[in-house]
Design a binder for this molecule. Sequence first.
Ligand code: ADP
Ligand code: MG
Length: 777
Amino acid sequence: MLELKHIKKYYHVGDTLTKAQDDVSVAFRKQEFVAILGPSGSGKTTMLNIIGGLDRYDSGDLLIKGRSTKDFKDADWDAYRNNSVGFIFQSYNLITHLSIMENVEMGMTLSGVPAAEKKKRAEDALIRVGLKDHMHKQPSQLSGGQMQRVAIARAIANDPEILLADEPTGALDSETSEEIMQLIQDLSRERLVIMVTHNPDLAKKYADRVINFADGKIMHDSHPHVEAAKAEAFELKRTKMSYLTALKLSWTNIRTKKGRTFLTVFASSIGIIGIAVVLALSNGFQKQIDKTQSEAMASMPVTISQTGTDTNSLMTGTDTKTFSKADHVTAEKSAADKAQHTNKLSRAYLDYLDKMPTGDARNIAVSYGTGMNLIRQVNGKYKAVSFSTANPDSGSADYGSMMAASTGVGGAVYPVRRTSSGKTFLQTYYKVLAGRYPQKSTDIVLVVDKKNTVNINALKNLGITVKEGQKFNYNDLIGTTVKLVTNDNYYMKLPTGTYLPNQDLSSAAAAPSTKTLTVAGIVRVKSKNSDGLLASGIAYSSALTKQVLNDNKDSAIVAAQKASQTNVMTGQPMDQATRSAMLTTLGGTSTPISIQIYPTTFKLKDKVLSYLDKWNKDHKQADKVIYTDLAGTVSDMTGGLMDAITYVLVAFAAISLVTSMIMIAILTYTSVIERTKEIGVLKALGARKKDITRVFDAETFILGIGAGLFGIVVAWALTFPINVVLENVTGLAGVAVLNPVHAVILVIISTVLTLLGGHVPARMAAKKDAAIALRSE
Ligand code: ADP
Ligand code: MG
């Protein structure tokens, strides 16, 4: 059945050499009760461990059913221990955090016996050892003799052919010892039992065969056996611990250390709590910022002026590090001046803007800066009026008071193009409070704000007598008319050659080319997000501007001003800038002075910008048009700041995650030390190295996922008081919002990190020598 051939096992410790097995050769029958007697330290346990596959021999051979074990792999030994061998130890070695049933079942659990059969066989074994009434107790509730009976039940539950007992009665009183001996003797009827004892009386009384051992050698064998040389059929069933078993084993172990486990989980979760709260806050703040921004900035247009600043050229400054060696001075423009770029707002560019997808921009307001000669009859006399919202009393007197009407034309211009839905701009964004939408270019509208107020100056400039706070019926304002006079009718040439507005405007009002503009309706923005699209006051269509430009571009005063370097109205000399401004005002130039593009939404702004960028990509430097995206500059700044703060805080919190990881490693290491015996027992029952690693990985997995979940729950709970405090301080409600995706990711991170931290000690545990593990106390 079993044969040892010249087995040697030497231990070298320092300079001393211990011959634990010194050329042992012995054979055992298929069924007998062998007692091994000998003094302490003679090598009895070593022999038992070698026979049971818990320890390896240095040389010689162990034959099982005639088959050599020289070529046995770890897996073969594991299976051999599990299938063929049952171990009984002096100190019982029960796994204390498992129930009695679970202890007895463990060997079968490792070899994957189905639950029902496992239970049946465990019960049978327990009945066999006389523990029928104690089956459902915990090991700690049993006496020594009872615990040894459980150990015996565990050893025979898998019905092994070999039962190895190492001083099974060493810790028991003589009466209990007799009972256990009888039990073992009974079991030896069906199998080979090899029992180590230092009690010769018990050996003689119960064993069939007594072997005397000393100094690693067999001194005497009462009933030697010579093994027949034929090999029998011998097959081993491989063992494998399922992840579920590993988890269960760790779970029950963790449960026995509730206090410590809770503290560990709590401490490990602090990093997770920190990161979760930081993310919740930054997440919420970013959302708040985005919301406020898209509301506030929806009304912030992308602006194109006649000159733009090329920030790229500002950045790429020339070499500033070296000093010049020249002995002269060079005249240069300042960097800021060099960055000045003149935007050519050509017809082609305006056409390009016109082709922008209609859904992207709500309004493309092109300001021409051309004046309108507006007059209105007040108290029987024609008076210059304006659409301006500037205070008429403090009107800029740059060109003399007679220019006031023309300079401050003001008013908002709305586009004539239709939106993608075929509605006009006003129909899309404004609703009519009274009157109707404008139908022709001579229809103008009065724009009021959300509260139905209108800039008082807009009314004053229309020649309406008005006091602050005065209320108007819609009908008082609708139908108000203003006359638009061409330059040639408005200005008259004096004998001196200069031009002045006509003193008698009634003939201008009656002139055939004079248009009558009528306030057709009072409109208000539909949604608050569109507020500011058109300034409160008078709004007119861009078509009207074009008509005015067309009417005046060849007028006498324009022609005169184009020909003259002096001011044609005052006769005074003036600089180029003033002259070109004057020409613009008179309608002599058709180049816009600025363009304002209102993206439909904050998000669509990017599409608008890339549309503008595309023009610049396709044109050479001089024809590029540089725009200003104020909203973008602001949001870039706040967004970047928020990100930076988040990174720093997360980094800090991450440090505590690393701390948790180290802590888990220490805890696992402690657990490995504490559970050394358990590791030995599991190995004796046939657990593989992998299974042992799995047990401890399972433990860290439970701790990691526990810490992660606990951290998330605490962080989530913390968001409520944090939000209360934040609302009191900042007035913002519901800032801290834990993103479920973040929560899941954090739990995963916590689990992975603790698994990593615990894996090294887990591997250490797996490498533990089973024989040494079982010797440890
Ligand atoms: P017994 O069981 O007969 O008391 P053991 O088989 O336990 O004896 O030990 C036999 C000898 O081998 C002893 O001298 C013991 O000190 C030695 N020994 C056992 N295990 C080791 C080990 N891991 N390292 C060094 N010496 C060991
Ligand atoms: Mg011993």
